[in-house]
Ligand binder design. Structure first.
Ligand code: ADP
Ligand code: F6P
Length: 320
């Protein structure tokens, strides 16, 4: 019989993490269980920085960006001593299971804890959407919409000045965010880590669209390929273009979660607790074709998540 669970957020924060924490706590309470909140991810887990999260503690947070539990990246946790320290803290507090909200790095750590005997379940929270086993991760939709509204503003000035703009978006080593930003802003070109960059082809494409009468252009660049300044220099050297550069940066991680993210986080948080109650461990919650699902934690980093080729073709097709 499960009595007490713990929850933490780890890695980069993502809008919707608070809604997920709230759903975990409230679902646990619904089933008569207590939830311990662990501060600062694995750092707080090793140091025992914990507090009891009652109904009121998660009131008024569903709409807030960031994470009330704070988050961290921790090198110490990757060591055997770090993992053991975390387990001791959980044993001392008689925690029956741990909910980890984070990205693939966080799940690597979670799986190690699981292998050492602590029941663990993962909830994918990252603006990168780079986790296999789920259609989408918590925070992705909000980041996409933040980037969309920023790029729409840049298009106004690009068109007024007949300029070429390079906009660098986040995504770590993946191009999901860049591709969806490109499609939703009607960008002329997208550069993603999954497809090798052909700078000559890009210059030809820009050249022909200018010839056809386009006065301004937008290139969306995923941060995992190179920096926007580097791409600007390559465009100058190869095609003589004088591009303006904008790096959207951390603004993409902030803000209130969209309704899609809030609903997704609420569903995932609740489903995680229901799954623990059914004895599931070492798994990650996801949605597949919109339905709640579970997959092994290791799928988060071992299984490949592909960019949608239809969307890649669409950027080309619609920017002729
Ligand atoms: P994300 O979870 O967003 O991918 P990170 O890759 O920074 O973010 O991972 C978050 C934390 O998870 C790391 O700072 C580290 O403490 C832990 N972690 C990552 N990889 C491992 C690993 N191989 N073993 C143990 N812990 C890990
Ligand atoms: O994983 C989320 C993310 O925002 C990536 O898009 C980005 O590359 C990285 O985190 C930045 O990490 P940090 O906050 O450590 O600079």
């Amino acid at each position: 019989m499960m009595k007490r669970i713990a929850v933490l957020t780890s890695g980069g924060d993502a809008p919707g993490m608070n809604a997920a924490i709230r759903a975990v706590v409230r679902t646990a309470l619904y089933h008569g269980m207590e939830t311990i909140g662990v501060m600062k991810g694995y750092e707080g887990l090793m140091d025992g920085e914990c507090l009891t999260l009652d109904r009121a503690a998660v009131g008024g947070i569903i709409h807030r960006g960031g994470t009330i539990l704070r988050t961290a990246r921790s090198e110490r946790f990757k060591t055997d001593a770090g993992l053991r320290a975390a387990l001791v803290q959980m044993e001392n507090r008689k925690v029956d299971a741990l909910v980890v909200i984070g990205g693939d790095g966080s799940f690597r750590g979670a799986e190690k804890l699981c292998a050492m005997g602590l029941p663990v379940i993962g909830i994918p929270g990252t603006i990168d959407n780079d986790i296999a086993g789920t259609d989408v991760t918590i925070g992705y939709d909000t980041a996409l919409n933040t980037a969309l509204s920023a790029v729409q503003k840049l298009r106004d000035t690009a068109s007024s000045h007949d300029r070429l703009f390079i906009v660098e978006v986040m995504g770590r080593d993946a191009g999901f965010l860049a591709l969806d930003v490109a499609v939703s802003t009607g960008a002329e070109y997208v550069v993603v880590p999954e497809i090798p960059l052909d700078i000559k082809k890009m210059c030809d494409h820009l050249h022909y669209s200018r010839k056809r009468g386009k006065t301004h252009s937008l290139i969306i660049l995923a941060e995992g390929v190179m920096s926007a300044l580097e791409l600007r220099n390559q465009l100058q050297d190869t095609g003589g273009y004088d591009a303006r550069v904008t790096v959207l940066g951390y603004i993409q991680r902030g803000g209130s979660p969209s309704s899609l993210d809030t609903i997704l986080a609420s569903r995932m948080g609740s489903f995680a607790v229901e799954s623990l109650l059914q004895g599931k461990t070492g798994v990650m919650v996801g949605t597949v074709c919109g339905a709640m699902s579970l997959c092994p934690l290791e799928d988060a980093w071992k299984a490949a998540k592909e960019l949608n080729p239809e969307l890649l073709a669409l950027v080309d097709k619609l920017s002729v």
